[in-house]
Design a protein around this ligand. Structure first.
Ligand code: GLN
Length: 510
C-alpha cells in the first residue's frame, strides 16, 4: 500500500481511506497503539473500545466504495465521558454512575457514526464536567502531554490530551464554561464551542442546561469545520436545537481576512483581575498581528460587563447543576448505597438511601456546586444571587450585541486563558483560583455566542498558549475563516508533544 504523505488530520485520514491508500483498520490500529503506549502515563481515556472500534473500521473498509463520500470515513474519534454511547460505560467520571451503560446514543454520536467515524474510546474529565483541570475525576487526573507535571485543563482534559497526543484526530466534548476551549488552549489544539442551539444536547449528561454545548477538539480548523457540519442541525430530541443552516462551514476559509473587523477588549485584558501572564500576552499580540497582516482591521472593543462574567457564571452554572443533578438519587441510575436492611423502610429509609448514595457517589467539587446552587436558588437569596446573575448575563450579552451592531465588529479576540497550563495540585485546594482562570471563556456560554480556541505558540518552557475568537450568533464560519488565516501563518498543530512511551496498566473508576 502506498505511503500516504500526512495522515494526521481527520481530513487527510478520510481522503487516504477513500482513495484506498490506507485501510480504516490500519488507521484504527495506529490509534490503539498510541493509546497503549502513552495512556498509562497520560490517563486521558476512561475506556478504550478496542474490539468495537476495530470491527467498525473493518466495516468501513468493506463498504469503502459505497461510503466513499462520507465526511468522516474511517476517522477515529474519542468521546467525552459525559456523552452517552449506547451500551458503553458513560460515567461522567463520577462514582455515582459506576457501571452505567446508556440504552441510547447521544444525537452527536449517532451523527458521527453515520458520517463514518470510528469511536475508539471515552475520555476522562472533571466529574460531571465541573472543573478546569480534570483533577476532580473518579479515575484520577489526566496529565498534559506537553508537560506531565501539569494539568491538561478541564473539564475536557482527556479529550484535549487525546488529540494532542495523537490518540485520535478528533475528540467530541462539552463546553459549559470553557471546557472545550480551555483544555484545547492548554494542550495546543483547536477547540470549538458552537453557538447555543447549533448542536443537539440530547444524550449529553446535563450540567448547566442554558450554557451546555457540544463541540469538537481537533488539530486543524478545517477538521473542526468538517466535524461541526456533521453534528450541527435541528434535532427533535432537543427543543433548543436550532435550524440555522450549517452550509458552507467547511468552505469558509479564503486565505485572507480583508474586510473583517477584529475587536480587542483592551480594558478587560488590562484589568488586574484578568491576571494576564506576560508570555500569554506576547503570544496573543503575535497572533493578532498575523491576522492584521492578513488584512483584518484591529479595533478596540468595549465590553464593560465582561469583567463580571466569572461571578455571574459561578451562580448560574451551579444553580442549574443543583437542579440537573437531583436525578442522581440511587433510584434510576448507577450506584445505590444502602440496602433496605441498612437504611430501613418508608420515607425515612428512602431519604437515608438518597443521602448515602449522594454522599458516597459525588466528589467534593460536585457537592460544593450543588450546595452553592441550592443556596443561590433558595427563597430569600434568589433575588440577591440568581436573579442578579441573570441580569448581569443580559448586560454582557448587550455588550456583545453593541460591539457587533454598533461598532461593526465581526469577532472579538482575547487569550483563551490568562495563564498557560498550571501544575497538577496547584489550584486543587483553592476553588476561587481555579474559577478565576475561566475569566475569558465563560462569557461565550452566558451569551450563547460561538467561540473557538486556536493554538498560538508556546512559552519559553514549551507550554501551549491559546487564542480565542468569539463571533456573532451562528457565525462559526467567520471564526473558521480567521482561524484558518492564523493557522497558515503559524501552523503550530504540526508539532507534536514528545511521546511518553509508558505502558498502560489500565484505569478503573476508583
Ligand atoms: N471550568 C468551568 C467550571 O468548572 C467550566 C466547566 C465546563 O465548561 N464544563 O464550571
Amino acid at each position: 500500500m502506498a505511503a500516504a504523505p500526512d495522515v494526521r488530520t481527520a481530513g487527510a485520514i478520510r481522503a487516504a481511506i477513500a482513495a484506498g491508500d490506507l485501510s480504516a483498520v490500519e488507521v484504527c490500529r495506529g490509534c490503539l497503539d498510541r493509546i497503549d503506549g502513552d495512556d498509562g502515563h497520560l490517563n486521558a481515556m476512561t475506556v478504550v473500545l478496542r474490539e468495537e472500534a476495530l470491527a467498525r473500521a473493518a466495516e468501513v473498509d468493506a463498504h469503502r466504495r459505497e461510503w466513499h463520500d462520507l465526511p468522516l470515513l474511517g476517522v477515529p474519534i474519542t468521546v467525552k465521558d459525559v456523552i452517552c454511547t449506547r451500551g458503553q460505560p458513560t460515567t461522567a467520571a463520577s462514582r455515582i454512575l459506576r457501571g452505567f451503560r446508556p440504552s441510547y446514543d447521544a444525537t452527536v454520536v449517532t451523527r458521527l457514526r453515520a458520517a463514518g467515524a470510528v469511536i475508539v474510546g471515552k475520555t476522562n474529565c472533571d466529574e460531571f464536567a465541573m472543573g478546569s483541570s480534570t483533577e476532580h475525576s473518579a479515575y484520577g487526573p489526566t496529565r498534559n502531554p506537553w508537560a506531565p507535571d501539569r494539568t491538561p485543563g478541564g473539564s475536557s482534559g482527556g479529550a484535549a490530551a487525546a488529540v494532542a497526543a495523537r490518540f485520535a484526530p478528533v475528540s467530541i466534548a462539552s463546553d459549559t464554561g470553557g471546557s472545550v476551549r480551555q483544555p484545547a488552549a492548554f494542550c495546543g489544539v483547536v477547540g470549538l464551542k458552537p453557538t447555543y442551539g447549533r448542536v443537539s444536547r440530547y444524550g449529553l449528561l446535563a450540567f448547566g442546561s442554558s450554557l451546555d454545548q457540544i463541540g469538537p477538539l481537533t488539530l486543524t480548523v478545517a477538521d473542526a469545520a468538517a466535524v461541526l457540519a456533521v453534528i450541527a442541525g435541528p434535532d427533535p430530541f432537543d427543543a433548543t436545537s436550532a435550524g440555522a443552516p450549517a452550509t458552507a462551514l467547511a468552505d469558509a476559509p479564503c486565505g485572507h481576512a480583508r474586510g473583517l473587523r477584529i475587536g480587542v477588549p483592551r480594558r478587560l485584558l488590562e484589568a488586574s483581575e484578568a491576571g494576564l501572564d506576560p508570555e500569554v500576552r506576547a503570544a496573543f499580540e503575535t497572533a493578532l498581528k498575523a491576522i492584521g497582516d492578513a488584512g483584518a482591521e484591529i479595533v478596540d472593543a468595549t465590553l464593560p460587563h465582561a469583567a463580571y462574567s466569572v461571578p455571574a457564571y459561578y451562580l448560574v452554572a451551579p444553580a442549574e447543576a443543583s437542579s440537573n443533578l437531583a436525578r442522581y438519587d440511587g433510584v434510576r441510575y448507577g450506584v445505590r448505597a444502602g440496602t433496605a436492611e441498612e437504611v430501613g423502610d418508608g420515607a425515612a429509609g428512602l431519604a437515608r438511601m438518597y443521602e448515602r448514595t449522594r454522599h458516597g457517589g459525588f466528589g467534593a467539587e460536585v457537592k460544593r456546586r450543588i450546595m452553592l446552587g441550592t443556596y443561590a436558588l433558595s427563597a430569600g437569596y434568589y433575588d440577591a444571587y440568581y436573579r442578579k446573575a441573570q441580569q448581569v448575563r443580559s448586560l454582557i450579552r448587550d455588550d456583545y450585541d453593541r460591539a457587533f451592531a454598533d461598532a461593526g465588529i465581526d469577532v472579538v479576540a482575547t487569550p483563551t486563558t490568562p495563564t498557560p497550563a498550571f501544575r497538577l495540585g496547584e489550584r486543587a485546594e483553592d476553588p476561587l483560583a481555579m474559577y478565576l482562570g475561566d475569566v475569558f471563556t465563560v462569557s461565550a456560554n452566558l451569551t450563547g455566542l460561538p467561540a473557538v480556541s486556536l493554538p498560538a505558540g508556546r512559552t519559553a518552557a514549551g507550554l501551549p498558549v491559546g487564542f480565542q475568537l468569539t463571533g456573532r450568533p451562528f457565525d462559526e464560519a467567520t471564526l473558521f475563516r480567521v482561524g484558518d488565516v492564523l493557522e497558515r501563518a503559524a501552523p503550530w498543530w504540526q508539532e507534536a508533544p514528545p511521546r511518553t512511551g509508558a505502558t498502560n496498566p489500565g484505569a478503573g473508576v476508583g
